[in-house]
Design a protein around this ligand. Structure first.
Ligand code: SER
Length: 323
């Protein structure tokens, strides 16, 4: 991807997390190292780049960082995910909501020109149609995380309509990548399974065999995020958040796909409290609005993602033969 002109300096908050680690690299590749700054409550260097220490709940610290680096665009990724949030409901609400307000307020005050904030399939709930879940539908989330994401979507749209804040958002499905580990989500099994398959040849899934959930390979998610932020403002018609999809599969189907590369791989099932969360979420998402509005298109399905994960996790050579 060639380096493109983007005058704005960018800050990624939550750069040590699952999405942040890869998004910082993606943004640097697109816009150049000198345009992209990273911050996290627990800084971890990315490709030897400097990462600032920041608690997004510290509004003054956030403002100081934005001034220091003349930041104009923020990607706010700091959040507690669905499973962790069930164990720490009030902490999750505080971080997920107040972090968003701190950034939206800085944008309203004119310090930022653009904001990205991630939503999730968790905004949907048990009363939502589970198959081909439309962009606009019943939303009665039953998890703390989902409630915070739904409220966040409402606030994003409100800040856009009332204060003209240019905020953009995606409802990510479960994300799968080889560069970073997920932390505390219900879809994490789809990453862990690859590590366990390669290291031990077995995996015990905390979701049942037939639990179908929407998923996406990280390169698609990073591309979608950067493309949405680069789209002309008038194309971004949804200012709550966009449905986004690539594939949907069950643990059993993913295991079968892995077995095409590692025939001896075995999976067993021991569903825990995360099963109930997964059962409240959609199985297949309709993302036709994102495709029509700003040209979203995925590249990776189940077979391509599985192959690429195994290649990059280093146990397979490029010819596709296990070493
Ligand atoms: N992957 C997230 C989770 O499982 C959903 O946004 O919490």
């Amino acid at each position: 991807m060639p380096i493109m002109t983007n005058k704005a300096n960018i800050l990624v908050i939550g750069s040590s997390g699952q999405i942040g680690t890869e998004l910082v690299k993606g943004l640097k590749a697109r816009y150049g190292n000198d345009k992209v700054f990273a911050a996290d409550i627990k800084p971890q260097p990315i490709d030897d780049g400097v990462v600032e220490q920041l608690d997004v709940l510290d509004k003054e610290g956030l403002f100081a960082l934005i001034k220091k680096h003349e930041i104009k665009e923020v990607y706010l990724l700091a959040a507690l995910l669905s499973a962790t949030a069930e164990n720490k409901p009030l902490k999750a609400w505080e971080l997920n909501m107040d972090g968003l307000f701190n950034v939206l307020e800085l944008a309203r005050e004119g310090h930022l020109t653009k904001v990205f904030w991630p939503s999730s399939i968790a905004v949907f709930g048990p009363t939502t149609p589970r198959i081909n879940t439309p962009q606009t539908t019943v939303m009665e989330p039953s998890t703390v995380y989902g409630i915070s994401k739904q409220a966040g979507e409402r606030w994003c749209e409100y800040y856009h309509k009332r204060y003209n804040v240019d905020v953009r958002s995606i409802r990510y499905p479960g994300l799968i990548g080889y560069q970073s580990e997920p932390g505390g989500g219900t879809t994490d099994y789809a990453v862990h399974i690859f590590h366990e398959a390669l290291e031990n040849g077995t995996y015990t899934s905390f979701l049942g065999a037939e639990t179908r959930l929407p998923m996406m390979y990280m390169p698609d998610a990073i591309k979608a995020t950067i493309d949405l932020m680069a789209a002309p403002s008038e194309q971004v018609k949804m200012r709550s958040s966009y449905n986004l999809a690539a594939m949907s599969f069950t643990p059993e189907e993913l295991a079968a796909e892995i077995r095409k590369h590692i025939p001896e791989f075995r999976i067993s099932y021991a569903p825990d409290f995360r099963q109930q969360i997964a059962d409240s979420w959609p199985a297949v998402i309709d993302d036709s609005v994102a495709r029509a509005d700003w040209g979203w298109k995925h590249s990776f399905g189940l077979a391509e993602m599985t192959n690429d994960m195994l290649v990059h996790l280093g146990k397979k050579n490029k010819a596709g033969v296990l070493s």
